[in-house]
Write a protein that binds this ligand. Structure first.
Ligand SMILES: Nc1ncnc2c1ncn2[C@@H]1O[C@H](COP(=O)(O)OP(=O)(O)O)[C@@H](O)[C@H]1O
Ligand SMILES: Nc1ccn([C@H]2C[C@H](O)[C@@H](COP(=O)(O)OP(=O)(O)O)O2)c(=O)n1
Length: 242
């Protein structure tokens, strides 16, 4: 079987939302993308939306502590994400005329440093959650969606709900290796400080360290990437058959 062939027969047309939450570096984005690719589903990275809004705020020199201004920008900024898991492109701007490809820029440390200020803005969250739900509807619920509040807030009715965790040590090692391979020169201490501070701040508005009722936990600390993808696909099969 080629790696692009869906590994389970999916009932075409039937909703299959796979909701994945977890802390930074647990493997959400990469695992969710690969699961979507193998199952022939769309993929939504909700963190990219928080990151893109943060980038647009920074580019507009908007004070991130100005809650009302950030919320207002959340309502009108342009954001587009390619749901094909093989593409992973994100475009954003203050409006459609100023939209640019921001796929790489939203991963820069200056955005990672600032994003929690946007993620803890409850007015902005309400608007981004609305857009995320609309995105799920736009593909008739055939999507893998990952973030921090997908299993609990964005799509609590998802057919498959999972919390992907990993030890702090594993998460920091993965994030460090990922940044190094993309040419970033942040020290291990800086990476650790940034990731842990961000998770602590984000935890004040969303619970993503403990699984809610009905949410299955997969701990990937001792699993490699392939084993983690296989564990998620097994869970999907158990939940929806195939
Ligand atoms: N189970 C795993 N074992 C080893 N490395 C992994 C695993 N899952 C993900 N990774 C790698 O760890 C890094 C961080 O993963 P990512 O998907 O960006 O995490 P998150 O979206 O939760 O922050 C990536 O380079 C990814 O390829
Ligand atoms: N559904 C979501 C998704 C992300 N966030 C916040 C939490 C993070 O600090 C930022 C960026 O998320 P992202 O998933 O890109 O972060 P990591 O790749 O896990 O480091 O957005 C959120 O509050 N709710």
């Amino acid at each position: 079987m080629s790696s692009t062939t869906p590994s389970i027969p999916l009932r075409l047309g039937k909703s299959l939302v796979i909701a994945i939450d977890g802390p930074s570096g647990s493997g959400k984005s990469s695992v969710a993308r690969e699961v979507a690719r193998r199952l022939g589903l769309a993929y939504q990275d909700t963190g990219a939306m928080y990151r893109a809004l943060t980038l647009v705020c920074l580019e507009s020199q908007l004070d991130l502590q100005n809650q009302a201004a950030v919320e207002a920008l959340a309502k009108r900024f342009f954001f587009e994400q390619w749901f094909d898991p093989g593409v992973g492109m994100v475009s954003a701007g203050i409006d459609v005329e100023h939209a640019l490809d921001v796929t790489e820029e939203i991963r820069l440390p200056r955005v990672s440093e600032a994003v929690s200020a946007v993620a803890t803005n409850l007015g902005a969250r309400t608007e981004l959650i609305r857009r995320q739900r609309a995105a799920i509807e736009s593909v008739r619920g055939r999507m893998v969606v990952e973030g921090r509040d997908i299993t609990t807030v964005v799509a609590p009715q998802a057919e498959v709900r999972l919390l992907l965790t990993a030890s702090e040590e594993a998460r920091l090692a993965r994030r460090g290796a990922q940044l190094a391979s993309s040419g970033e020169t942040q020290s291990a201490a800086d990476v650790a400080r940034q990731v842990l501070a961000r998770d602590a701040k984000d935890s004040t508005v969303v619970e993503f360290q403990r699984a809610a009722d009905g949410v299955v936990t997969i701990d990937s600390s001792d699993l490699d990437f392939e084993q983690t993808v296989a564990a998620v696909i097994r869970l999907v099969k158990e939940n929806v058959g195939g």
